[in-house]
Design a protein around this ligand. Structure first.
Ligand SMILES: [Zn+2]
Length: 260
């Protein structure tokens, strides 16, 4: 499968969501991940002369799924792929997928692997084709999703699974939360030079209205406290002796964190 020549464009919607849009210059087809808003996708398709062929859904929250109904009216042929685990909570899915399934999108020369990554929601899935990961609200740059349904153990395990992917994996998550996440990362690891450098760089990108995404797994391992639960500094800070306990302490601290 051809990983070259694929264009991945962020369509910003709402306060801080991105709809990731996958196209190839030579093809009319396009796929989108988590279309919370239909109008933005239709505008993008129209101005780029594309026809929506596939919708990929990571989990059932409205800001990831609200565009489905109108997009299906506009593009009746489009496949709508989402997690079998949450099928009852998402209207309009045409294909249900489970962990380790493979999804072939011939029109875009893509073959994506499904990874079940529970935590933010219980049925949350990510889509992966080296070197790209579409991970919804599971792994963010410098942070991770809130635990609306799953346990800290589940989310920790899901993040550990994602951390096994190659270091050059590009992280396409759904929210522009990076600066707020970095403020927390700085609070818990005040001397982490990678965090300090990332803050400066991301501030500049946001001042220029540029996304801070995609990130890479290698970068996340340096700046993301939720991928750094093995660090002695963090274990000392929280008085924990396992990576699981450190993760749980970090997640709970982040839920209460108010940036200065
Ligand atoms: Zn969500």
């Amino acid at each position: 499968m051809n990983a070259e020549n694929l264009t991945i464009s962020p369509i910003p919607i709402f306060q801080d969501n991105y709809i990731w849009c996958l196209t190839r210059p030579s093809q009319a087809a396009m796929a989108v991940v988590d279309p919370g808003d239909a109008a933005a996708v239709i505008d993008f398709a129209t101005s780029n002369a594309k026809t929506l062929s596939t919708i990929l859904i990571t989990h059932h929250h409205w800001d990831h799924t609200d565009g489905i109904a109108i997009l299906k009216q506009k593009f009746p042929e489009a496949r709508v792929i989402g997690p079998a685990y949450e099928a009852a909570k998402i209207e309009g899915l045409t294909e249900l997928v489970e962990d380790d399934d493979s999804i072939v999108l011939p029109e875009l020369e893509l073959e994506l692997q499904v990874l079940h990554v529970p935590g933010h929601t219980l049925g949350h899935i990510a889509y992966y084709q080296a070197p790209r990961l579409f991970c919804g609200d599971t792994l963010f740059s410098a942070g991770c999703g809130r635990l609306f349904e799953g346990s800290p153990e589940q989310m920790h395990q899901s993040l550990q699974r994602l951390a096994q992917l190659p270091d050059d994996t590009e992280i396409y998550c759904t929210h522009e939360y990076t600066l707020a996440n970095l403020a927390f990362a700085r609070e818990v690891e005040p001397t982490n030079q990678a965090v300090i450098a990332a803050q400066a760089e991301c501030r500049q990108r946001r001042n220029n209205q540029l996304p801070t995404l995609p990130s890479t797994l290698l970068h996340e391992k340096a700046i993301n406290p939720f991928l750094r639960c093995q660090e002695p500094e963090l274990q000392t800070k929280y008085g924990t002796e396992s990576t699981e306990a450190t993760f749980a302490a970090l997640r709970s601290a982040k839920d209460q964190f108010i940036p200065k």
